[in-house]
Design a protein around this ligand. Sequence first.
Ligand SMILES: Cc1ncc(C[n+]2csc(CCOP(=O)(O)OP(=O)(O)O)c2C)c(N)n1
Ligand SMILES: [Mg+2]
Length: 588
Amino acid sequence: MTTMRERLGLDTSEGEVQGDQVMNGQQWLAETIRRSGIKGFFFMPTFLYPTMVELADEGIKRVLGHSEKAMAYMADGCAQASGRPGLVITQGGPGACNLLSGFGDAWQSGTPIIGLTTYIPTARYRGNSYQEVYVDFSTVTKYDAEVRDLSRLPDLLGEAYREVTTGATRPAHLYVEGSIETVQMDFADKDFLDERYFTYPAFRPRADDEDVAQAVEELRAAERPIIVCGRGAIISGAWDEVTMLAERLQIPVTCSLGGKGSIDEHHPLSLGVEGSYRRSSTMDMLEEADVALFVGSHAGGATTLLGTIPPPTTRIIHIDIDPAQPGKNMPNTLPLFGDAKVVLGQMVDAAGAEDAGANQEWIKRCQESREAWWQEHEAEVTSDQTPIRPERLAVEVAKALPDDAIVCADTGYAAAWSGAYMDLPAGKNYLACEGTLGWAFPAAIGAKVGAPDRPAVAWCGDGGFMYHMAEVETAVRNDINAIAIVLNNHALVFDTHLLQAFWSASHDVDLLSEFKETNFAKITEELGGNGIRVTDPAKIGDAVDQALHNDKLTVIDVVVDHAAVAPVAFMAGQGSRGGILSDPDKMK
Ligand SMILES: Cc1ncc(C[n+]2csc(CCOP(=O)(O)OP(=O)(O)O)c2C)c(N)n1
Ligand SMILES: [Mg+2]
């Protein structure tokens, strides 16, 4: 009788290869996953089951979910929370097609995730095989290769790890021929992976000392200096150095959404987030600055309001691990190539003693501007109104969360509400989505896997939550007690407001952005999780507290005001629409 292995055409000649380190592919891969120190990986069958079976009882979570895209977001959140490359495993063909879309956000945020997908075996390649559809990962990866033979798995996977953890970190993908799982080989002399590539950043280059000295001199000579931190400051873990430099040279600090956490937002020198989803007061000060120190930033459209702020006359000093970034979007730039934490440390050393009393008038104006912004929104922040004002919700949630919580914020209004109204401590405690609606909930599940001792909280709208609602079941089944706070306004309200602003008279315009009312707490309960519905703003703190003390996934469905307009820079979003629908008065 033929065995299943023979019918599948798999190698059945186990034990023929001789040598000290003879293993088959599944064992070697399992050993490498063990060595990598990850707390979990994310998968959608069918690929690498033999490896997963090898890893039973290892304490590594093998998280089976409900779509390849959500699994990629989980690996993304896991990587960001843990500081180790995330791992996602899916089948090729349609699985790879789905996975690709989950890599877009990680590509933009510079998150190292490694995707492994199957490839059609050479014997059947281009043979109209079942599921023989190919997708090109090169647009969303820094490294993309095909492993057609087991002998190449160690060096190609090694290269993937080296690529994703060094320089500008980003995802990688390997198409792997399925049969290598069971083929045997002697792996002696096949170790291409130094331990350092299992965490990132694997290297921290120093900047040129002369450039550092010049940067400090220019910042000291400035009249209205400002520091703008991007996500690179967070990837590098540079919050202590940002704070030290700001204090030494007496410079106010702002950040993009991705850079939130670069300084304690209660610090007197912190102005809050800038960019498209921001406090308008921060943009005013950035526009006025004469010298701006950008730290680990792409200075992209969402950070610079499509390249308008800071204006081109501003002198820029730009620290980046990617030498191509400084000067890319902003002229008049002094480039500092190196790791943000190290280069800022060099600047602190070069600065020497604190410039007590420097820039006091400028700092006072910045602080007044920040206070005026809070005053302007005092009514919403303290509102007892129902449905609940999102401003009140954001402030209450920030108050209720412990300092080590990780907030994963979705795009659109969710980004703006949390970015502007949640004052959070310094550290890696806010993972910003790069614009991919639906990312936050799976990312928070992944963050909880990557940092199990810290609370992980998704902050998203109902539209965003609905994308991957099925992952409630995944979290419950895998004992991942993340928290989701869903701002439920039964609509894609960002779009509702856009439609109302431009086409309110149109027939049946509601059909273009409104949903039916849904109770996400009930759905969560049905799926085995802990569901809480909050309609009274006085109950927000209790709900968060209950979630923090629950050992099951909790979804807090908060009924929020459909009419609340978030602090986004302009109604029509980003450059993809060429600014056609933007309102110039709302640009700042
Ligand atoms: C993948 C993707 N599709 C579409 C968008 C455009 N978009 C941004 S915010 C938004 C509405 C979000 O609705 P919801 O999550 O309910 O939040 P609300 O605006 O209602 O607060 C849409 C459609 C996007 N950013 N990403
Ligand atoms: Mg909504």
